[in-house]
Design a protein around this ligand. Structure first.
Ligand code: ATP
Length: 264
């Protein structure tokens, strides 16, 4: 169970000035106010256009940096106060998959399991089970150097799931995947959401409407750093007064009020 409330984060950057003149600092409001409630046994999608603040939100959820304001709870554990305990309850697939190229998929997965405090035998048994679930048995004992994008994603996902976390967080997991790999991932996530797969709490970000529409039980629309609407796909369609999800998304995410608020 993941609960995010009133989250905000700004970055201070310096624009590229000329060689002679030092440009003044600029403030980027990456996240202004994001709220999200993701219970177990549900796939919750964070849907937003480029630059909406999805990755920044998920990075704070993963404890990479603290929010300026707001709360993040994972199974009731405060990420700010107890980051290690919260992280132990999450499997996170970030935007960079960062595999060790000289290690096979199995070795990558087992090593990560051991870092999570697992015995080598248990981690190895888990690697076998995950290879079955993610249909990656053929690459399990091959060095990860030279893996395709899909193979890298599967290995990174297996590694994130090795300790059987109750909460699974994925940042744009289908980026660069072909149709078959995307389908395989979708099936794996549906299984993990089901009682047979452990009724996991799954949060994933995407800017692809069709993907969110097909997979998510609950959608949080993010625009200009704010969660601007949330609900099931039919609820969002009704809220926007549209019959196609793409039209509903455009209406909800690009509403003139939101861009005015972002200027403020
Ligand atoms: N470290 C940083 N320093 C400065 N600005 C940042 C930093 N990280 C993110 N931003 C800015 O914050 C905003 C939100 O970025 P973020 O990566 O969270 O968006 P996103 O919704 O994940 O977008 P995309 O779908 O394109 O990946 C963007 O304008 C981005 O340029």
């Amino acid at each position: 169970m993941i609960k995010i409330s009133q989250l905000s984060k700004q970055f201070v950057t310096r624009p590229g000035g000329s060689v002679f003149k030092r440009a003044p600092k600029q403030i980027v409001h990456a996240v202004r106010q994001v709220d999200l409630d993701a219970p177990n046994g549900r796939i919750t999608g964070l849907l937003g256009p480029n630059g909406a603040g999805k990755t920044t939100t998920l990075r704070m959820l993963g404890g990479l940096f603290p929010p300026d304001q707001g709360e993040i709870g994972v199974d009731g554990i405060d990420v700010k106060r107890q980051p290690r305990a919260a992280l132990a309850r999450m499997g996170i697939l970030g935007d960079a998959h960062g595999l060790y190229p000289r290690l096979s998929a199995r070795e990558n997965i087992v090593y990560f399991g051991q870092l999570q405090g697992m015995e080598a035998d248990a981690a190895n048994a888990r690697a076998e089970a995950l290879a079955e679930l993610l249909d990656m048995r053929h690459i399990l004992d091959r060095r990860s150097e030279g893996y395709s994008q899909g193979e890298r994603m599967k290995t990174a996902l297996a590694r994130a799931l090795v300790h059987d976390p109750a909460n699974i967080v994925l940042d744009e997991p289908t980026n660069g995947l072909d149709v078959l790999a995307t389908r395989a991932l979708r099936e794996a996530l549906r299984h993990l959401r089901s009682p047979a797969g452990g009724s996991k709490c799954i949060v994933f970000s995407s800017h692809i409407m069709q993907e969110v529409e097909q997979l998510c039980d609950h959608v949080v629309v993010v625009a200009h750093g704010r969660s601007v609407a949330q609900g099931t796909v039919p609820e969002l369609l009704a809220q926007a007064g549209e019959s196609r999800f793409e039209d509903a998304f455009v209406r909800l995410a690009f509403h003139p009020d939101h861009s005015q608020e972002a200027q403020a």
